[in-house]
Design a protein. Structure first.
Ligand code: NAP
Length: 251
């Protein structure tokens, strides 16, 4: 990770769960991290907690369902003298609603599309433009997708979420192809976890239980370890796809 010391990483959805774990690992390894989410107070608290570590954490409030917020965030990063732009973008923020195809609420589908697909695409474009204008050719764009981008589980409450994560899989490969077309050396990686022990499922099911599974879930830091693994690959190696499940998960 030595070559990333002092470089800038944007982590979306940094207020909790996987995003907060990734922030922690990157700051401890010396990166200047920008963390965004709606609950910016939680990111600020994390920033205070990490203030004696090798890197730094700048908290920015951003509702990723609003393009204006995203564009303003990139402007804020550009005008900050100690940041100037994004070298690594971790598209992590995402959500699920229990909204099956035959009975779901349109507004819930739309929110999933806005955050899981549109914001991911906009952040990818803006990060690439930020790298391009500063002649950054070794950047990295990482997408936290899901096993739901690879298979349709026989669980209707996950179906529209799977629609969005299949889209993320298409975005990862499309971005890779466009970069190769431009002869850029910026790399892309999709990381697709199975069940992770965060509040993600609690929010999806709108109750306090994390589902009926009795096996041990992965921890947020297990996903962060995969992020670090892909970032530290030698520059001639592009890890495109990481699929990871709890060992006992069947689907
Ligand atoms: N947990 C799992 O089992 C699992 C499995 C596979 C894939 N994933 C994927 O992993 C990623 C992270 O999930 P997680 O488990 O860490 O979930 P989480 O604990 O619920 O965290 C989700 C993060 O996304 C942010 N977010 C949601 N809507 C947002 C919006 N409109 N604007 C800005 N930020 C927003 C949240 O911040 P605010 O609410 O503060 O805005 C929060 O920081 C997601 O893409 C998810 O699909 C999770």
């Amino acid at each position: 990770m030595e070559r990333w010391v002092g470089r800038v990483a944007l982590v979306t959805g940094a207020s909790e769960g996987i995003g907060a774990a990734v922030v922690r690992d990157l700051v401890c390894r010396g990166m200047k991290v920008v963390g965004c989410a709606r609950n910016v107070d939680k990111i600020q608290k994390l920033s205070d907690e990490l203030k004696n570590e090798k890197g730094s954490l700048t908290a920015i409030r951003c509702d990723l369902s609003k393009e204006e917020d995203i564009v303003n965030m990139f402007k804020t990063i550009k005008s900050n003298e100690s940041l100037r732009g994004v070298d690594v973008c971790i598209n992590n923020a995402g959500l699920a609603h229990n909204a099956p195809i035959l009975s779901g609420q349109t507004q819930e589908w739309r929110e999933m599309l806005d955050v899981n697909v549109m914001a991911v695409t906009i952040c990818t474009r803006e990060s690439f433009q930020s790298m391009k204008e500063r002649n950054i050719d070794d950047g990295h764009i990482i997408f936290i997708s899901s096993m739901s981008g690879y298979r349709i589980a026989n669980e209707a409450f996950t179906h529209f979420y799977a629609v969005t994560k299949h889209s993320v899989r298409a975005i990862v490969e499309s971005t890779r192809q466009e970069l190769r077309e431009l002869k850029s050396h910026i790399r892309v990686t999709g990381i697709s976890p199975g069940n992770v022990d965060t509040d993600f499922a609690v929010k999806m099911m709108k109750d306090k239980t994390k589902g009926n599974n009795d096996y041990r879930y992965m921890d947020a830091k297990d996903i962060s370890s995969a992020v670090i693994y892909t970032l530290q690959a030698p520059s001639h190696v592009e890890i495109n796809d990481v699929l990871m499940r709890p060992t006992e998960q069947i689907t």
